[in-house]
Ligand binder design. Structure first.
Ligand code: CP
Length: 324
């Protein structure tokens, strides 16, 4: 079953959000437009809206997270939902309970939505296939496969800074091979119709079939950055590397680290993005990460509005433009 078939109901409304795959341009734009309606809420005196009052949302994080878990929790609270944070370290999962049994037990507590992060690719799809009708599953990152809300907050950031997607050239730099974020970004950028998606990386950090994703491949950073509008840096995912794919972090930085001199090859108004956590001095210098072209912290803030949009749409409510 394709992502799209599992993710929407018969009327095409969002039920689960598991991957970008299967969504049309108009559907992605609807998520971005809905997020726009929530983006002004944090600046208001009363920040909450009652859209998910009475709903229970469970954060099921089987892998570490700072940004994603926190912004999902904050987004759920701003929508007036009750939030349960399932702590894997002290749960029965660490005593050998299966994922399905854990799910069944939490479902018995009447959760309306699961936000799932797991190290296994396909974990969120697996859970979505097993939950009761009416329960939604949002993928907060599964293995190397997908991180769709990260990709959508990245698209939101790009649209906020650049407007129309169609004329844009976007470069994604670094460890594409192990990155669920890159896969989701590439899919979203191509669905939204940008002019060109480039990936820039050593051969060892690119999937063998990377060109089938609809990208142009560069191995030289300066060539790849030439005239791009958006530079997205990726973290080296050392925890997912099975072999020594790189001589050293120092050598990687020499060839692929984003310095101010290298950023000058991109357009003068290019923005610099990174999903975090950043490794200063490995994939990016502090001068660039904290510099005027960096929108890295804005990505985190926009994540709240985008996650509010996805959660409210999956629960059948979708606008921040109402009285709180
Ligand atoms: N971007 C991202 O997924 O960060 P966390 O691992 O901190 O959630």
């Amino acid at each position: 079953m394709s992502g799209g078939q599992l993710q929407t109901d018969e009327q095409g409304r969002l039920r689960h959000f598991l991957s970008i795959e299967g969504f049309r341009r108009e559907q992605l734009l609807q998520i971005l437009d809905t997020a726009e309606s929530f983006a002004m809420l944090p600046g208001r005196q009363v920040k909450k809206v009652p859209l998910l009052r009475g709903k229970i949302i469970t954060n099921l994080f089987f892998e570490n997270s700072t940004r994603t878990r926190t912004t999902f929790e904050l987004a759920a609270k701003l929508l007036s939902a009750d939030v349960i944070n399932f702590n894997v370290d002290i749960s029965a999962t660490s005593k050998g309970e299966t994922l399905l049994d854990t799910l069944r037990n939490i479902e018995a507590m009447h959760s309306d939505m699961f936000v799932v992060r797991h190290s296994a690719s396909g974990a969120a799809h697996f859970i979505a296939r097993h939950v009761s009708p009416g329960v939604s599953v949002i993928n907060a990152g599964d293995g190397r496969h997908a991180h769709p809300t990260q990709a959508m907050l990245d698209m939101f950031t790009i649209r906020r800074h650049k407007g129309d997607f169609t004329p844009l050239r976007v470069a994604i730099v670094g460890d594409v091979q192990h990155s669920r974020v890159a896969r989701s970004q590439i899919m979203a950028l191509n669905t939204l119709g940008v002019t060109e998606v480039r990936v820039i990386a050593p051969r060892t950090l690119l999937p063998a079939d990377v060109r089938t994703l609809g990208v142009h491949v560069f191995h030289d950073l300066e060539q790849g950055l030439r005239d791009v509008d958006v530079v997205i840096m990726l973290r080296l995912q050392r925890e997912r590397m099975e072999n020594a794919l790189l001589p050293s972090a120092h050598e990687y930085f020499q060839l692929y680290g984003l310095t101010a001199e290298r950023l000058a090859y991109a357009k003068p108004d290019a923005i610099v993005m990174h999903p975090g956590p950043i490794n200063r001095g490995v994939e990016i210098t502090s001068e660039v990460a904290d510099g005027p072209q960096s929108v890295i912290l804005q990505q985190v803030s926009y994540g709240i509005a985008v996650r509010m949009a996805v959660m409210s749409m999956a629960m059948g409510n979708s606008s921040g433009e109402q009285d709180s």
